[in-house]
Design a protein. Structure first.
Length: 289
């Protein structure tokens, strides 16, 4: 059995591995692809890129400097634990931005490709930070603070508004409206990638089936799709007729097999598929993951 110290050491090493991996991806998104493409993605990193373009201040250093007042403002809103973990993440990512990636050439090809790649790398890097309860700082801190003061506003809306302000600043700085369009595209791609990594890997489908042939349908689903089924008693509100409601969690790839199994047994069954962000339990992710 692992001791507390061993568990703590393993957690610290895992955090470090995620921080390094995420920082490599994050720095590639900012320095390699966005750095020479004439646009600024949203967030503090985008603002740091604008300042680098105007005054030549290294992006990593500027990111750290911009985060200092945000940390002070956000301390009570986000808590000490997130701030400490994020501070480590910010330092590591800044080192990669200012010391490691300048040793390699920037991408100098098509701006559209640069925008998509920048968003993909940024999103992947930030997702790795989020998976370990950390963040790249900046907008995350500000978003949580505004959310606490304006609870009626959603996090998505707050983030979008802040990102939009930064992206629009790229118009006069980089000298063309395309800077705004590419900035929006990079931010959109990063958001999609973050969602796919955080929720896509554990995403699944919940099949809800109403049928008079519950036992036969459940057995057929088990045979054809290899998935277990939970049965509940259901009563029609209008007809008062008794049926069974079957619940079956499956992957998106298995949804067709479940549908086919239901139709094999009861062509009159009512069923629907509901997308789930994550599924835990036997055959899926463990609850501790």
């Amino acid at each position: 059995m692992k001791t507390h110290e061993e568990t703590k050491k393993r957690r610290v090493m895992t955090d470090l591995l995620y921080n390094i991996s995420g920082s490599v991806l994050y720095a590639a998104g900012i320095y390699t692809f966005a750095g020479n493409a004439g646009f600024a993605p949203g967030g503090v990193s985008g603002l740091a890129l604008i300042m680098d373009h105007l005054w030549g201040i290294p992006v990593g250093t500027m990111t750290l400097l911009l985060n200092i007042p945000l940390v002070v403002i956000s301390y009570r809103a986000v808590g000490r634990r997130l701030l400490v973990k994020s501070a480590v993440t910010m330092v590591i990512s800044s080192l990669f931005l200012d010391l490691v990636f300048p040793l390699f050439p920037m991408y100098s090809g098509d701006r559209l490709i640069a925008s998509v790649c920048s968003g993909a790398f940024l999103g992947a890097g930030m997702a790795l930070f989020y998976l370990r309860g950390s963040s790249s700082g900046g907008i995350d801190f500000l978003t949580f603070t505004i959310k606490k003061k304006k609870p009626h506003m959603t996090i998505g809306v707050i983030t979008m508004l802040i990102d939009l302000v930064v992206i629009l600043l790229g118009w006069p700085v980089f000298g063309d409206v395309d800077a705004v369009l590419y900035g929006v595209l990079a931010t959109f791609v990063s958001t999609v990638v973050i969602d796919k990594i955080l929720y896509g890997a554990g995403a699944g489908t919940l099949a809800v089936i109403i049928t008079k042939k519950g036992k036969e349908t459940a057995e057929r689903i088990s045979e054809k799709a290899g998935r277990g089924v939970t049965s509940l008693r259901a009563v029609g509100a209008y007809t008062r007729s008794e049926k069974e409601m079957l619940l079956c969690a499956c992957s998106k790839a298995e949804a067709y097999l479940v549908k086919s199994a239901v139709q094999d047994v009861d062509e009159n069954a009512f069923f629907m598929f509901v997308e789930t962000s994550e599924v835990f339990g036997e055959g899926f992710k463990k609850s501790g993951q």
